[in-house]
Structures are given as structure tokens and as C-alpha cells.
Design a protein around this ligand. Structure first.
Ligand code: AMP
Length: 440
């Protein structure tokens, strides 16, 4: 009997023809772009544990948040400690900053992370129990300019990947008093309609009323019609901060729109919050989210340092990307496929493959000892670009024919010249490009 995979998790495999977004070559490419962009903004990587003391998330994300109140994978270890699989990355980054006093090092004030997060939620398209986030945190700068630079970074990432149908929604949560007053105003608006709201929103009404705004239930949407927006409750400083971020984003040509009901579900945000949404996803349309959390480091026992950050959900990013017109994501190509015939040829083929790979060229060596016809069929099935058959004759003459699979053309080369041919010719019509090699 086989053991099925648990619900809400999935495998990332070399190539998944049914669910292409689960193909590792796509993940590798996307992750490379995200890293490159983060590094171009001088962010440095942190790799943090996948579980932490439960208290860390209770004190940061908040007891009343959905994540902590009902979605965490919490367990007791053999030493009786309550631990939780991390449901998000920011709390761990803050904990590590405090532990290691990272904020004292100039190069550790801009950090990025990449890894799995865990939330026990009802699985559906775009929502998993283990999912991956790429996150960035910028520590120590309280100014709106820092927010704008961070949003510019997330936009650059989407642009660099070729994503088109995504929108940045922006809002301000102001300061602590703003949120307190707004919470009261929202409760006052919803109270007369309490019995018309969904059960979930009735619960949120008491523990975390701002989350009612995130509800997708039609009954709640009806109740929320005409509800006050947080904008009215912003103080002068928050208003100026918000306006400056908008001014800078406009100057930087980063498109955004004001999302008056965007509040995000975590307790630690203040001032700016933002979300990237995609028109290509269904109900779970948020690709990335972030904001400013100035009080969090202090709340966790560290110095009173401001910070701002975001996290991109890689599943949704990749799902959106694959639905975007003009984005080509073919599997990696095998440049050279060598078929040795006989034992002596295997040894020579291994040496040759080694030299070809020195130039970072992908080279597949067929060690199956199958018949030539079957081996050629496999080379064609694998989409290899060039095939070289190495038999007795080739070993004696030290020459072999290279076959370009897309055209069927062949050309004879001294074996010694093969590695150089692949290093020089990145293009398809490599033969024409490399005629000089016949001299060697
Ligand atoms: P959050 O930490 O809730 O602000 O989420 C940031 C991003 O992580 C979201 O915009 C999603 O792209 C992604 N995300 C959050 N929860 C899940 C989940 N259960 N499954 C897949 N992606 C998720």
C-alpha cells in the first residue's frame, strides 16, 4: 500500500506536465531573479530555523490573528517546550536581529529570506499548508523614502519576471490611536447588523474587527457597504508619511492604487501596508504583502528600531507568471548528448563529457548500453540539441560527427575541438558559427 501525501502540501519535481508550476526548473529561475533583484538593492540573505518558540509568534503576529489563533502547527518537544512551525518569516528575522545584534552591522540592515512557511488552513487553489515565501526586511529607517524604495524593489521583481497583470494596492494604518479609533468606528458600523454577518466575521467582530474587511462572504460585503474607511482617522504625521510614499512611487513610475480597506491580518503593522494582487488567480489573488512594523523589534525585547518589509508567496507568483502572455518558461536544454558504443568508448566519452562540462555546458552521457536506435530515440525524446555517437571508428580516427537535432545536419569534428565548440557556440546555428574549428 502506498502512503499518500498529506493534504495541503505538494512536491516540486524536475518537470510536472500536469501541474507545470510544480516544476523545479521554474522555481529555480524565479528564485534566481528574486535573489538578483534583492542583491541589487544590497539585501543580504538570512537562513533561519523552520520552528521557533510558540511565544515568538504569539507576541509578534498576535494572539487574535487567524494565523496564531487557528492556523499554527504547534507541538511540544521532548523537553516540554511549546514550539511552532513558522507561519511567516518576519518574526524570526526580528528575533535573529535581536539575538545577533544584527542591527549594529550596516550590511545586515537589509535582509532577505526564502523558505517554506506552514499554516493549517483549508487547502484550495493557491492556498497550501506548506508554502514558500521570499521576503525582504529593511531595518532602522523610519522614513517614507524607505517604504517607497521597498515597494520599488517588489515592483522591479515583478517587472523583471515579465509579470503584467498585477496591481499594487496601498493603504496607511496610521499609528496606534488611528487603529484603535478605527476599530471602534468599524464595530459601531457593524453592531446593528451583527446577526446578518457570517459566523467568521461575528468571531472577528470581538477579537480582530479589522479582519472583517478581508471577508469574501457576500453577507459581510453587504454589511460593509458604507462602512467608514481608516483614512479619516489618520493623524497629521501618518497623512504626510502616506502622501510622501505616493509622491515618490509616482515619480519612480511604480503603478499603485489606494486600497482603502486593505488592513492585512497581522497585528504588527503601522503606517504603510501594501499588497500585490493578480487578476489571473481566483479567490486567493494576493501574490505578496507587506508594510511597516515600527514597534515589533521593541515588542520582542530588542531596541526600538523601525522596520518595513514584504513577503511574496512563490506559488501564487509562479501561477500568475505561467498565465502571463509572452512569458516563456521552457525546461532546461541538454546541449550535448553523447552515446558511447562499447566499453572503451564509455571511458573516452566520460573524459569528453567532463571536458565539455568544465565550460558549464549541460552534457548527458548515455550509460545505458542500449542499442543505437533506441539511444537516438531517447536523445530526441529528451530534446537534446546535439548528439554525438562515439564508437570504435571515432576512437581510431579521433573524429566524430555532431548531429544538430533540430535540423538533422551533421558535421565532423576532431574530438579535441568538441569542448571548445560548445563553449563558443551558445546560439542555435552553431555549425556556421564555428567553421574555423576544422583547422584544429
Ligand atoms: P501573509 O504573510 O499572510 O501576508 O502572506 C504573504 C503572501 O504569502 C501572500 O500574499 C500569499 O502569496 C502567500 N501566502 C500566504 N498564505 C498562503 C497559503 N496558505 N498558501 C499559499 N500562499 C500563501
Amino acid at each position: 500500500m502506498t502512503v499518500p501525501i498529506p493534504p495541503g502540501v505538494y512536491d516540486i519535481v524536475p518537470r510536472d506536465p500536469k501541474e507545470p508550476w510544480r516544476s523545479s526548473y521554474i522555481w529555480n529561475r524565479v528564485e534566481t531573479v528574486l535573489r538578483e533583484v534583492a542583491e541589487s538593492f544590497c539585501c543580504r540573505e538570512v537562513r533561519l530555523p523552520m520552528f521557533e518558540r510558540t511565544e515568538l509568534f504569539q507576541r509578534s503576529v498576535g494572539e487574535s490573528s487567524d494565523i496564531v489563533s487557528k492556523e499554527m502547527y504547534t507541538f511540544e518537544d521532548r523537553g516540554g517546550r511549546s514550539l511552532s512551525l513558522r507561519p511567516e518569516g518576519t518574526a524570526s528575522v526580528m528575533r535573529a536581529c535581536i539575538d545577533k545584534q544584527l542591527y549594529l552591522l550596516p550590511e545586515a540592515q537589509r535582509l532577505f529570506y526564502l523558505g517554506p512557511m506552514f499554516r493549517y488552513d483549508r487547502p484550495q487553489a493557491g492556498r497550501y499548508r506548506q508554502f514558500y515565501q521570499f521576503g525582504v526586511e529593511m531595518i532602522g529607517n523610519p522614513h517614507p523614502e524607505q517604504d517607497a524604495e521597498l515597494i520599488q524593489m517588489i515592483w522591479t521583481m515583478h517587472e523583471r519576471l515579465g509579470m503584467k497583470d498585477v496591481v499594487i494596492g496601498l493603504n496607511s494604518l496610521g499609528n496606534e490611536a488611528t487603529r484603535r479609533h478605527y476599530r471602534e468606528a468599524l464595530q459601531a458600523h457593524c453592531r446593528p447588523h451583527f446577526s446578518e454577518m457570517s459566523e467568521e466575521s461575528q468571531r472577528r467582530f470581538h477579537v480582530n474587527p479589522l479582519r472583517i474587511l478581508d471577508s469574501k462572504d457576500e453577507r459581510d460585503k453587504e454589511v460593509l457597504k458604507g462602512a467608514p474607511t481608516i483614512e479619516k482617522f489618520l493623524d497629521e504625521v501618518s497623512r504626510r508619511h502616506f502622501a510622501r510614499v505616493q509622491e515618490l512611487l509616482t515619480a519612480l513610475e511604480v503603478p499603485f492604487s489606494i486600497a482603502a480597506s486593505l488592513v492585512r491580518g497581522l497585528d504588527y503593522y503601522n503606517h504603510i501596508v501594501f499588497e500585490v494582487t493578480s487578476g489571473k488567480l481566483g479567490a486567493q489573488n494576493a501574490v505578496a504583502g507587506g508594510g511597516r512594523y515600527d514597534g515589533l523589534m521593541k515588542e520582542l525585547g530588542g531596541p526600538d528600531l523601525p522596520a518595513v518589509g514584504f513577503a511574496i508567496g512563490l506559488e501564487r507568483l509562479i501561477l500568475t507568471l505561467l498565465k502571463t502572455e509572452g512569458v516563456e518558461m521552457g525546461p532546461p536544454k541538454i546541449r550535448l548528448h553523447i552515446i558511447p558504443l562499447g566499453e572503451k568508448a564509455v571511458q573516452a566519452a566520460m573524459c569528453l563529457a567532463g571536458r565539455v562540462r568544465e565550460g558549464n555546458v549541460s552534457c548527458f552521457l548515455d550509460l545505458s548500453a542500449r542499442k543505437l536506435k533506441a539511444a537516438m530515440q531517447q536523445a530526441s525524446g529528451m530534446g537534446s540539441e546535439y548528439v554525438l555517437v562515439l564508437g570504435e571508428e571515432e576512437l581510431t580516427t579521433c573524429r566524430a560527427e555532431l548531429k544538430e537535432m533540430s535540423t538533422g545536419r551533421t558535421q565532423s569534428f576532431p574530438l579535441d575541438a568538441i569542448p571548445r565548440f560548445f563553449q563558443k557556440s551558445a546560439q542555435e546555428s552553431a555549425f556556421d558559427h564555428f567553421t574555423s574549428c576544422n583547422k584544429c
